[in-house]
Design a binder for this molecule. Sequence first.
Ligand code: IPE
Ligand code: IPE
Ligand code: MG
Ligand code: MG
Ligand code: MG
Length: 282
Amino acid sequence: MRAAVDRRLVDLVPGTASGIVAEASAAAVTSPGKRLRAALVFLVAEAAGRDRATLVDVGCVVEIVHAASLVLDDLPCMDDAVLRRGEPTLHRRYGEAVAILAAFSLLATAQSHLAPALAAAGVPPAHREQLSGRLAEVVRTLCRGQAADLALSGRADLEELERIHAEKTGALFELAAELGSIGGGVDTATRAAILAYARNLGLAFQVSDDILDATGSASTLGKDAGRDRDLGRTTFVRVFGLEGATTLRDELLDTAVAALRPLGGRAAYLELLAEHVRTRSA
Ligand code: IPE
Ligand code: IPE
Ligand code: MG
Ligand code: MG
Ligand code: MG
């Protein structure tokens, strides 16, 4: 599925379109990301009894939004990062102006591809419209969370930290799960279970990202390590220590997996994805 996403991203964000912004946009999405959010779309679809092969474009849309958020996050006015996915950050390659414009361009591209992607997946028109609205809402949420993250200084309580990380990272995980489950033969209770899973998985993912920032190296992560500490960021690790953050990650993942109980054996791959977030080193 990753290969299918990688191939399709080249079509959906063509670097051969005219101009430097198109070239930079393509570079930002085709760089070697883990495609974890697309995987979430596909694995939820599978658990919901849908054909994941029809959802490649939907998975790509989520990855395009994610790539745009990384371009912005890396800018000098935010995390001032030099390395992303093993390559110089977009603004280092193309300059700040082009990087900002590429992020704008990518968000518009994602929004415009969603309805056709849902149509191709057999989602009825009323649902398509609702989900397009959800995508716009998630982008606004992500921006709000990112701003709050940058504004945080020093100590924060668990509730505030969780809210900010749920906004900047969790919202897109939830959307991926929502897109994967829609149109499948799942009842309301099953959909709620899947969304609870995704919410906790997204939060756990950000906690594990904070842990890896503190413990990993640029060569294994493919991005700047130790950046949160250098920038004095209020992360889970800073507030709760490495051990506290690890415990929190594991609790969130346990909660995520427990939420899947109503799905029984259908949730096997989603459980494996949660285990991956627990043990990942990159
Ligand atoms: C990094 O996300 C940003 C966070 C929200 C923590 P990923 O670790 O999924 O980045 P890629 O897509 O694999 O580069
Ligand atoms: C980024 O969080 C969250 C976004 C939604 C962009 P981080 O700043 O921790 O992500 P990395 O560590 O740079 O990938
Ligand atoms: Mg950041
Ligand atoms: Mg960052
Ligand atoms: Mg990080």
